[in-house]
Ligand binder design. Structure first.
Ligand code: C2E
Ligand code: MG
Ligand code: MG
Ligand code: MG
Length: 280
């Protein structure tokens, strides 16, 4: 009986494997088509300062599949990464983000200069012509590099520290800003944080979630903010959903905030409306 159930378990497992492989191949095929059919779009999630004023946004990609509807980036970004499609997609995201930034600087919605953060995937960061690509994309438009923040994860940073270090130097030379996304979930060495040319840490939302009830999370976030400031880094808290989280973070002198408490990711028109409302 145990054997039988064991066999069933194995078969069930194999069926699942089969299914997920098929799903993956299907997704790969659909992702290729998606680029051609222009099924991707960008949304922008505002970032605010301690006065709750919008200081910029993070670009987040969206995919609306013609039959399946919206597909989460958490599901398709890894497939795009494994298949190399992220390179093409990443170029598109960069171009669209820059043209958004350009429209923003020309719009009358705000007098202030807003910055845009974009997520860089591991494969994208490792391309040998990555720095040149970014620099060229920028010089094709009248945008100053300091308004663009590149978000990379600790994993990317540590995966090839020599390459990371060289690229960060070059990116900084051009004037880009660099942020470490999902900070605290990876395995960065504090020694490298000091050495590498980084501007900002984004505290991962998993630490923010229970910040007002879990003393351990509170202690971790407090320590990250304090360490960052001593190292001259800005700190952005992601996933701020509730007022008590904001109170705690403000008390700890967190520099900027992003989360549903303020704004959800939104389309360009909605973002412009939000800007008009918050800047007088
Ligand atoms: P991320 O870069 O850490 O982005 C933050 C994620 O948290 C976004 O999910 C955002 O919608 C979500 N979020 C924002 N505020 C809150 C909040 O208050 N509560 C909660 N629970 N969630 C919040 P999203 O858009 O589903 O993206 C997931 C991940 O997919 C991103 O994590 C990023 O790693 C990746 N991704 C998204 N867009 C891009 C892109 O354009 N390029 C690349 N390479 N990766 C992307
Ligand atoms: Mg991010
Ligand atoms: Mg993040
Ligand atoms: Mg993430």
């Amino acid at each position: 009986q145990a054997k039988a159930s064991g066999r069933n378990t194995v078969r069930f497992f194999e069926q699942n494997m089969q299914q997920s492989l098929e799903q993956r191949l299907l997704m790969e095929k659909d992702l290729r088509l998606a680029l051609k059919r222009q099924e991707f779009s960008l949304v922008f999630q505002p970032q605010v300062d301690n006065q709750q004023k919008i200081i910029g946004a993070e670009t987040l990609v969206r995919w609306t599949h013609p039959k399946r509807g919206p597909v989460s980036p958490a599901d398709f970004i890894p497939v795009a990464e494994e298949t190399g499609l992220i390179i093409q997609l990443g170029k598109w995201i960069l171009e669209e983000s820059l043209s958004f930034l350009q429209r923003l600087s020309q719009s009358k919605a705000t007098k202030n200069d807003l910055h845009l953060s974009i997520n860089i995937s591991p494969l994208q960061f490792r391309q040998s012509d990555m720095v040149a690509d970014f620099s060229n994309a920028l010089s094709a438009r009248e945008i100053s590099p300091e308004f663009l923040t590149l978000e990379i994860t600790e994993g990317i940073l540590m995966d090839d520290i020599a390459d990371s270090s060289t690229k960060l130097e070059q990116l900084k030379e051009i004037g880009f800003r660099v942020s470490i996304d999902d900070f605290g979930t990876g395995y960065s060495s504090l020694a490298y944080l000091k050495q590498l040319n980084i501007d900002e840490l984004k505290v991962d939302q998993s630490f923010i979630r229970d910040i007002s009830s879990d003393p351990n999370d509170a202690a971790i976030v407090e320590a990250i903010i304090s360490m960052s400031h001593h190292l001259g880094l800005r700190v952005v808290a992601e996933g701020v959903e509730e007022h008590p989280q904001l109170v705690f973070l403000t008390h700890q002198h967190c520099d900027a905030f992003q989360g549903y408490y303020f704004y959800k990711p939104m389309a360009e028109a909605e973002f412009i409306e939000a800007l008009k409302k918050t800047t007088r």
